[in-house]
Design a protein around this ligand. Structure first.
Ligand SMILES: Nc1nc2c(ncn2[C@@H]2O[C@H](COP(=O)(O)OP(=O)(O)O)[C@@H](O)[C@H]2O)c(=O)[nH]1
Ligand SMILES: [Mg+2]
Ligand SMILES: [Zn+2]
Length: 184
């Protein structure tokens, strides 16, 4: 669905009401200055989120939304304001890929080798489907590309999570050791 709205106009923003229900969480995404915070303010009926129309000066210079925040819209659910993002990466979406490419995943199970990469192995059911015209090469390329992206991002994410955890433990240890030293 695409809705064109004026974020500054409550009546226009009310077009979004079918998606704003109790129990739902909505995230606003998009480049900086597209009007994400403005939209949220109009939904709230007050200027709660800083927008780039409001100048805020601090040691970092002029800025608007600098961090994520989760805002309650009462009976309209909750909404997540975000600073502008350059890109959105996928992770933990193996299930979504499996559903979207159910046809290919069905073929994969029929390949001769369990670890078939579906490029040039003998007995590859996927390549057979390409030759017979049952499957489009473009669709297979997309599938393989998404799988690669998924596994790369998920690995990066778990690496980052474990290094964050280790850092947290390190901080805790330093804090408790310095407490001990103070107590002496
Ligand atoms: N005319 C008009 N101005 C808008 C609209 N949405 C946002 N703005 C203005 O665009 C600027 C950036 O909005 P802001 O909410 O800070 O963008 P954000 O960075 O995506 O959060 C502000 O000056 C808003 O007043 C809109 O629908 N119409
Ligand atoms: Mg903003
Ligand atoms: Zn195969």
């Amino acid at each position: 669905m695409v809705e064109a709205i004026n974020c500054l106009d409550a009546e226009s923003v009310s077009k979004l009401s079918p998606w704003l229900k109790a129990g739902t969480t909505i995230a606003v995404l998009g480049s900086s200055v597209v009007g994400k915070s403005t939209l949220i303010n109009t939904l709230l009926g007050k200027e709660q989120q800083s927008t780039s129309g409001i100048r805020e000066d601090d040691d970092k210079g002029r800025h608007t939304t600098t961090r994520r925040s989760l805002i309650s819209l009462g009976a309209k659910g909750v909404i997540l304001d975000t600073p502008g993002m350059r890109e959105i990466q996928m992770a933990d979406c193996k299930e979504g890929i499996a559903i979207t490419f159910a046809d290919i995943e069905g073929l994969v199970g029929q390949c001769k080798f369990g670890d078939c990469q579906h490029h040039s192995e003998p007995g590859c059911a996927v390549q057979q489907a390409i030759s017979s015209g049952e499957l489009e090469q473009r669709r297979l390329t997309n599938y393989l590309k998404l799988l690669r992206e998924e596994s790369f991002n998920s690995a990066m994410l778990s690496e980052r999570r474990s290094s964050d955890k280790a850092l947290g433990k390190y901080y805790k240890r330093i804090a408790s050791e310095s407490q001990k030293l103070k107590g002496r």
